[in-house]
Design a protein around this ligand. Structure first.
Ligand code: 6PG
Length: 272
């Protein structure tokens, strides 16, 4: 029986406002983690959606930069393409261009997945990195302070693609995953590593994903076909940060108005 999860859905009119909402979440979670535990460990996604959030965090004219205790932050990724860090496809490169090259994070605070290596070697080395950084013992799973996820139109998240082997991996925290539909390998956190996150949030934008958002969060449970449904955080909480376009088919939000810029609509749903 899957764990019941309360999903908080926050919707802004535009993608730019979602990016600001995500930057606000990032700054507040990192600040609270440092205040509580002296450090913050965040796992971010790649793709394109997080770019605007990264740019806001790195922008010294915006309120977020000064609020992030950069010297106490360690940054990780939820997945990586099996390419060198200089490749246009690299999630690390995207993050470096959008943020890392502009913020005071030392190299020892940046933990990239080594996409240039053989996939299984990269996965094993990343698992070793997580075991060291989180001082894991035995079968312990890392508890990131924040896991920021994206979602594809096919319902994948991280590099947990439909009908791929990694969906079923419950023993390891990082694996290499062959993605036949993309004829490629990926390195990805597994479901247990994501679900242990103290805060887990999906950042999803665009009309092209509206049907998938409805199918994943309101439709029948079919995690093989919609892997984002696998993510049921152990703490029973999940946040969706959406623009109005991606939220357009969510019945919970029907009628709620967020016409004025900067407003957010908030709804909740229960994943049974
Ligand atoms: C990746 C990401 C992946 C991403 C989704 C959404 O390696 O591509 O980690 O899980 O979050 O594919 O991508 P977009 O933000 O580009 O729509």
């Amino acid at each position: 029986m899957a764990r019941a999860v309360k999903v908080t859905i926050r919707v802004w009119p535009t993608a730019a406002e979602v990016a600001a909402g995500a930057a606000e979440l990032f700054a507040s979670v990192v600040g609270a983690a440092v205040a509580a535990r002296g450090a913050a460990r965040v796992a971010v996604s790649g793709g394109t959606t997080p770019k605007a959030m990264f740019a806001l965090l790195a922008d010294r004219s915006k309120p977020y930069f000064a609020r992030v205790p950069w010297q106490r932050l360690h940054l990780f990724w939820v997945d990586e393409r099996c390419v060198p860090p200089t490749d246009a496809e690299s999630n690390y490169r995207m993050t470096d261009e959008a943020m890392l090259s502009k913020v005071p994070l030392a190299a020892v605070q940046i933990h990239r997945m080594e996409g240039e290596l053989e996939p299984e070697i990269a996965a094993a080395r990343y698992e070793a990195t997580l075991r060291t950084e989180f001082s894991l013992e035995g079968a312990e799973t890392p508890a990131f302070d924040l896991v920021l996820l994206g979602m594809g139109e096919d319902g994948h998240t991280a590099s947990l693609f439909p009908h791929t082997a990694a969906l079923h991996e419950m023993g390891r925290i990082v694996v290499a995953n062959h993605v036949a539909q993309k004829e490629t390998w990926r390195v990805t956190l597994t479901v247990p590593a994501i679900e242990m996150g103290r805060e887990v949030a999906f950042l999803i934008e665009g009309a092209a994903k509206a049907q998938t958002v409805q199918d994943v969060f309101c439709g029948a449970y079919d995690a093989e076909a919609k892997p984002a449904q696998l993510i049921r955080p152990k703490n029973g909480r999940l946040t969706l940060l959406l623009d109005a376009a991606a939220a357009a088919k969510l019945p919970q939000l029907a009628g709620a108005d967020c016409a004025e810029p900067g407003s957010t609509r908030v709804a909740t749903l229960e994943l049974k």
